[in-house]
Write a protein that binds this ligand. Structure first.
Ligand code: NAI
Length: 249
């Protein structure tokens, strides 16, 4: 028996990077994984790889900033797997994001960015939670970042929002036996990070307690714990998986 045996888990942004590692890691623990992403080509490939390795996966195209798109995803997942037990809100605009200040960033870009990186987690949660409740409860994991604790512009602001959302939703959904937690990764070696940070990540590593970049697979253990019944009394927590980049007193 896997630690997530037969649980149906939706992972947004699962076509690459950390989301792909989540999808593959959860499938290896017996979950039926929904690879949910805007990127159809890469998402379908991830689902096919999981199935080729003996796991169960379904690719569903979704835009997490759209309530209609989220509702269509839920319909398709329930038709295929019969329900939903867990949701990981990992999708974000990250690798190709613009760098600008809060006081100068173009309004339309800012609103689009926040609609994905902040509102997206709420849009998906609102669409999915009734199905989790029907199963008698389950778990939602939001993807935060250590950027929430550091000076990092509107990207960090969105992640601070994710932390607040996690705590608020933990209270709103706890009565329905739905737990809501977050993972705050430190600098993690994905294609998106290489595009976005380049050599700057080498400097970041010097200040970590563990002197290496994170790997997408480093996030899987914490996420598996938070999705599994092992964490049945853990909710509203932001778990840093960051090589010791940050700590909270
Ligand atoms: P990535 O850019 O490789 O993956 C993001 C995925 O989200 C992509 O597959 C993309 O197609 C998808 N996506 C973007 N907008 C979408 C939308 N509107 N609807 C559905 N899917 C959409 O990023 P990476 O590096 O794998 O990061 C994943 C998550 O982890 C993000 O939330 C990021 O902010 C967070 N994070 C990453 C860190 C890192 O160092 N890589 C550190 C801390 C947090």
């Amino acid at each position: 028996m896997g630690r997530l045996q037969d649980k149906v888990i939706v992972v947004t942004g699962a076509a690459q990077g950390i989301g792909e590692a989540y999808a593959k890691g959860f499938a290896a623990q017996g979950a039926k994984v929904v690879v949910a992403d805007l990127n159809t080509e890469k998402g379908e490939l991830v689902a096919k790889q999981i199935e080729a390795d003996g796991g169960s996966a379904l690719f569903v195209s979704v835009d997490v900033s759209s309530a209609e798109s989220a509702a269509a995803l839920v319909e398709q997942v329930v038709a295929t797997y019969g329900g939903i037990d867990g949701l990981v809100n990992n999708a974000a605009i990250y690798g190709a994001m613009q760098f600008d200040l809060l006081i100068t960033v173009d309004w339309d870009y800012y609103k689009k960015f926040m609609s994905v990186n902040f509102d997206g987690a709420l849009v998906m949660t609102r669409a999915v939670y009734p199905e989790i409740a029907k199963r008698g409860g389950g778990s939602i994991v939001n993807q935060s970042s250590t950027a929430a604790y550091l000076y990092s512009g509107f990207y960090g602001l969105a992640k601070s929002g994710i932390n607040g959302l996690t705590q608020q939703l933990a209270h709103e959904l706890g009565g329905q036996r739905i737990r809501v937690n977050a993972i705050a990764p430190g600098p993690t070696d994905t294609e998106a990070t290489r595009t976005q940070a380049g050599d700057a990540s080498k400097e970041l590593v010097k200040n970590l307690a563990i002197k290496r970049m994170g790997k997408p697979e480093d996030m899987v253990g914490a996420a598996t714990f938070l999705l599994s019944d092992e964490s049945s009394w853990v909710t509203g927590q932001i778990v840093a998986v960051d090589g010791g980049q940050t700590f909270r007193p």
